[in-house]
Design a protein around this ligand. Structure first.
Ligand code: ZN
Length: 160
């Protein structure tokens, strides 16, 4: 069957950045299942997989707007080191959970300078052009329960 709305699709994928560095890959793992048309994966990849079938391979370049979004400068903030009480040595690359207006968000430390720390709440892949190499491992119709929940059940999916 062809991939369409409410297909449960399992994919093997390798994601690289424009320089060819592998960011993420399903190699050595089970294929990743998702519910097509439910926003489970980024829009650019969902669009590229529409109409494909088991065994198909696609190579697609996805711009940030169709991926993890563009970088939002408002999500980059400078805070005093004293905001990190209980963390003796704040370093670039550390991640923290912060309470923001939209609930809990993950922020990454991108700069430490004197008594100030710059944190970035953008998705790590925001602003990155994504190069996907995807092979369709399987396609099946979703169950009514999966459609109602908006996600895949069973192996690789939600268990509840
Ligand atoms: Zn469910």
């Amino acid at each position: 069957m062809q991939i369409g709305k409410n297909s449960v699709v399992s994919i093997h994928y390798t994601l690289t950045d424009p320089a060819g560095t592998v960011i993420d890959s399903s190699q050595g793992r089970d294929a990743l299942p998702y519910l097509h048309g439910a926003g489970n994966i980024i829009p650019g990849l969902e669009n590229a997989l529409l109409g494909k079938a088991k065994g198909d391979n696609i190579k697609v370049v996805i711009q940030p707007e169709q991926g993890y979004g563009v970088k939002n400068d408002k999500l980059i903030q400078r805070v005093p080191k004293t905001a990190f009480q209980g963390v003796p040595d704040v370093k670039v690359g550390m991640q923290f959970q912060a309470q923001g207006p939209q609930g809990t968000q993950v922020v990454r430390v991108v700069e430490v300078s004197g008594d100030n720390v710059t944190v970035d709440a953008n998705h790590p892949l925001a602003g990155v052009t994504l190069h996907f190499d995807v092979t369709v491992d399987n396609v099946r119709p979703a169950t009514p329960e999966e459609i109602a929940h908006g996600h895949v059940h069973g192996p690789g999916g939600h268990h509840h």
